[in-house]
Design a protein around this ligand. Structure first.
Ligand code: UDP
Ligand code: MG
Length: 190
């Protein structure tokens, strides 16, 4: 299996680029944010619980997120590998992911961080909020909270894998095509 974490702050382009990579390399794209939005759209108990955190820009508790992720992986046992988009978001989630993969004799092969300036991120998210209608993209104070949660809780996940020699940084500024080309080069070399 080839398992890749696409990493970076909200609005750094993970979802857009993960779709391209999944198609190009034949990998399963798993976005925990999309899974939560699906559950919220169907108003399931999981969706209702997640909504109370997401609408404040906070993280859904690790146990909930890890359980949902495990279900998704269990439902797709025959994949060549996975692109994780928006997960893991805490060190505890990273440790749980390593444990889940190890049970199938697999591991995280690389973590690729999309480096984007903060002013650009806020602009992108506000624009996305207009198009997608996502409530958490329409309020600048929620966006700022998500960025601050990213710096406090999520950024250390990169160092966790970088310390094992698995970290890669990509310039996430520029056109979607340019960034996709940079990612293809990095993933091909993993
Ligand atoms: N979220 C979470 N854990 C996850 C994925 C998402 O808690 O593993 C919540 C969190 O509140 C986040 C929101 O869902 O702000 C939207 O996440 P998504 O990854 O879709 O947004 P992005 O960061 O890509 O803009
Ligand atoms: Mg996303």
């Amino acid at each position: 299996m080839t398992n890749i974490i696409l990493f970076g702050p909200p609005g750094s382009g993970k979802g857009t680029q993960a779709k391209f990579l999944a198609e190009r390399f034949g990998l399963l794209h798993v976005s925990t944010g999309d899974l939560f939005r699906y559950e919220m759209g169907n108003n399931t108990p999981l969706g209702q619980e997640a909504k109370s955190y997401i609408e404040k820009g906070e993280l859904v508790p690790d146990s909930v997120t890890i359980g949902m992720l495990k279900n998704k992986l269990d439902a797709n046992p025959d994949v060549k590998g996975v692109i994780f988009d928006g997960f893991p978001r805490t060190i505890a989630q990273a440790a749980a992911l390593d444990e889940l993969l190890a049970a199938s004799s697999a591991e995280v092969d690389g973590i690729i961080s999309l480096e984007v300036e903060e002013a650009e991120i806020v602009q992108r998210l506000l624009l996305r909020g207009k198009d997608s209608g996502r409530a958490d993209d329409q309020d600048e104070s929620i966006i700022r909270n998500r960025i601050s949660v990213y710096h406090k809780e999520t950024a250390p996940v990169f160092n966790f894998y970088d310390a094992k020699g698995k970290g890669h940084k990509i310039d996430g500024m520029g056109t979607i095509e340019d960034i996709a080309a940079r990612l293809n080069t990095t993933v091909s070399a993993l």
